[in-house]
Design a binder for this molecule. Structure first.
Ligand code: DSN
Length: 414
């Protein structure tokens, strides 16, 4: 049977991804081999348990598959133990909490509205409902993490767990400093590297693994695998982590997604992945400095990684408004709060901009300068429909020479 409706939607999404400039900091273009593995026959297999200890028969091949994914992840990150089964970053964090905490224990993590993540203790998330959560933030002047505040709060609260890592923070994270603080108050340390895992794999961000009890990451952002996650931990936590994932919070793992993850891990071990991660950061720096030279305020004054946030309040605009203006000319970002934002999360004063996806398309400094200029022009001319039409044509001129990995496979079926 041909499912023409779904085929058409797949084709339309492939065209959208080719025609637009995707600057969502948490999105990327995985290789066609990754997508192929995710859509493979491994989609069908139930494999509750772990390699060699399953609750179903017929798991010999998936045991080999999961073992390969684990050993590749260990080679990349040098962790004692890896669990590749979590369906998402939030479930990976949930498993760490289940393994390390009991209901009501205290957590110290980064404020959601200053760059943290919902699953780090937000009161609208399970983490904020079940645990006693305290938060550190960034310094009001520098907008860098305020390590003095982390230390002060850690001493006051004596948390059971400190969480570092962020969704919207453009500066390098000092994992050693977090570890020293955690040790000084007898806390465990969880480093959530969902955003920067690919930069750690590529050697352009320091690794949290030697300093952390637990490291969680999604596998689809800078790491360029399929949607999903994994947990790394010191060997003394391996048993409780595995039990927390299954049977604690998940049933059967998605073996097809583990296959996709394994392919992505192999790709991340290749020399060109290092080059990719260097380019992601260079592109981010060039894009931020282009906007800065045009007079825009970049939160914290710049970036050390794959992303940054532009404060659009001096232009008398909101993040929501600018994200829509940019969407209408083919530039895709998300609205994002800035530190101490007076506006609520559904409006915001900023936009978050990230370069992992465009770097996967082979774009470099020249394109970043043109894109920075386009974003700047669009913000300054947000109410000038004629000008926005011209900028949209420019977006098409920039994107058309750049395909995305595996696009030709979709193009054949167009
Ligand atoms: N939604 C992810 C991000 O965009 O950063 C975090 O979960």
């Amino acid at each position: 049977m041909n499912d023409k409706e779904i085929d058409l939607l797949i084709q339309k999404e492939a065209s959208r991804l080719k025609e637009q400039l995707v600057l969502i900091a948490s999105e990327n273009y995985p290789s066609f081999q990754v997508l192929d593995a995710c859509g493979s026959i491994f989609s069908t297999k139930y494999a509750e348990g772990y390699p060699g200890k399953r609750y179903y028969e017929g798991c010999e091949i998936v045991d080999e598959l999961e073992g390969l994914a684990i050993s590749r992840a260990k080679e990349i990150f040098g962790s004692d133990h890896v669990n590749v089964q979590p369906h998402s970053g939030t479930t990976a964090n949930m498993a760490v909490y289940l393994s390390a905490l009991t209901h009501g224990d205290s957590i110290l993590s980064m404020k959601l509205d200053q760059g943290g993540h919902l699953s780090h203790g937000s009161k609208v998330n399970f983490s904020g409902k079940y645990y006693d959560c305290y938060f550190y933030g960034v310094d009001r002047e520098t907008e860098f993490i305020d390590y003095n505040e982390v230390e002060k709060l850690a001493n006051e609260v004596k948390p059971k767990l400190i969480v570092c890592g962020a969704s919207a923070y453009s500066r390098a994270i000092d994992f050693k400093k977090f570890s020293d603080i955690a040790k000084s108050v007898g806390a465990l340390l969880l480093s959530d590297i969902a955003h920067i895992a690919g930069l750690v794999a590529g050697g352009v961000h320091s690794s949290p693994v030697p300093h952390s009890d637990f490291v969680t990451t999604t596998t689809h952002k800078t790491l360029r695998g399929p949607r999903g996650a994994m947990i790394m931990c010191k060997s003394q936590h391996s048993e409780t982590i595995d039990k927390a994932v299954f049977p604690g919070i998940q049933g059967g793992p998605f073996m097809n997604m583990i296959a996709g993850r394994a392919v992505a891990f192999k790709e991340a071990q290749q020399p060109d992945f290092k080059e990719y991660s260097v380019n992601v950061v260079n592109n981010s720096k060039i894009l931020a400095s282009t906007l800065s030279k045009l007079g825009f305020r970049i939160v914290s004054g710049g970036t050390d990684n794959h992303q940054f946030t532009v404060d659009v309040s001096p232009q008398k605009a909101t993040g929501r408004e600018i994200a829509k203006v940019l969407r209408n000319i083919g530039i895709i970002v998300n609205m994002n709060g800035i530190p101490f934002d007076p506006l609520p999360p559904r409006i915001t004063s900023g936009i978050r901009v990230g370069t992992p996806a465009l770097t996967s398309r082979g774009m470099k400094g020249d394109e970043m300068e043109k894109i920075g200029d386009l974003i700047g022009q669009a913000i300054l001319n947000k109410d000038n429909l004629g000008k926005l039409r011209l900028l949209k044509e420019e977006v098409v001129r920039i994107t058309s020479p750049f395909s995305f990995p595996g696009y030709e496979k979709f193009e054949k079926s167009l």
